[in-house]
Design a protein around this ligand. Structure first.
Ligand code: ADP
Length: 262
């Protein structure tokens, strides 16, 4: 069966389908790190709509984390522009960027980065405290939603990897970010736990959360995300919205390689 027909995938990014509206826009973005011989990103243009669950997939070193960091306002492009929610990040100074991150971005990392001397609940509350708001009730509600309300008073050292990642997800969501970014969130978890975490992200997306996720795992990307963008050598080589409930990774890889060989 033809991969394109099977998925009814369409490519090109953006398009304002089903009343969705644009949340992220990258325009001709390049990133060359100091001392880098080739660019980490080489002319990336991309639109992410509100409500999408997008996975950015590609081999190690292809530029996925760089892309995510630029969208998060953690780094700046060498050329081109990054806009989130209509704000051109290039126009913000350092304190403006910090405010932007606090108010708009939730970030989940591969290695959780929980503070060891704080309980789960206290870890979740950190971003809210930076904002000066008391969010204890919301933090408990989030822990409940993520199925870990019973470990609210435990310290990270007494949690499994999956529990730690759920705490990290709750922490990322405490300020109700417009955009949840996740960089290899299952990379430090076993397959089963990783699948559960992805399932949770899928549930959050069905509840309306826009998610942009980086992974090198084609199987996870295609099983859980509705849109899969493939990056290679700092360039987007495929952008597919998948409409089949049973998404086979091999099909997407095949579509991607067809695209790359054109
Ligand atoms: P991925 O997330 O796909 O593994 P990255 O975005 O981390 O890829 O890296 C893309 C390229 O940029 C790689 O060649 C990497 O070595 C380089 N790179 C990433 N971060 C830095 C940095 N801070 N300084 C210099 N080079 C970097």
């Amino acid at each position: 069966m033809d991969g394109r027909t099977f998925f009814r995938a369409f490519r090109g990014g953006g398009g304002g389908k089903n009343g969705m509206s644009e949340l992220v826009r990258l325009t001709e973005v390049t990133k060359v790190y100091q001392g880098g011989i080739t660019g980490a990103l080489n002319g990336v243009s991309l639109i992410v709509e509100k409500g999408e669950f997008t996975a950015i997939m590609g081999p190690s070193g292809s530029g996925k984390s760089t892309l995510l960091n630029l969208v998060a306002g953690l780094d700046r492009p060498t050329s081109g522009s990054v806009a989130v929610g209509g704000t051109d990040l290039g126009k913000l100074g350092e304190s403006g960027l910090a405010r932007f991150r606090r108010d708009n971005i939730g970030f989940v990392f591969q290695f959780f980065y929980l503070l060891p001397n704080l309980t789960s609940l206290e870890n979740v509350l950190i971003p809210a405290q930076l904002k000066g708001s008391d969010a204890t009730a919301r933090a408990r509600e989030l822990l409940g939603k993520l199925g870990i309300q019973d470990i609210a008073d435990r310290f990270p050292a007494r949690l499994s990897g999956g529990q730690q990642q759920r705490v990290a997800i709750a922490r990322a969501l405490i300020n109700s970010p417009t955009l949840l970014l996740a960089d290899e969130p299952t990379g430090a978890l076993d397959t089963h736990t990783g699948d559960q975490v992805m399932e949770l992200l899928g549930q959050l997306n069905r509840d309306g959360q826009t998610i942009l996720l980086v992974t090198h795992d084609a199987k996870l990307a295609t099983r859980h995300a509705a849109r899969v963008i493939s990056v290679m050598d700092g360039k987007i080589v495929d952008d597919a919205r998948l409409e089949s409930p049973e998404r086979a990774a091999s099909e997407v890889i095949r579509v991607r390689s067809e695209e790359a060989s054109r």
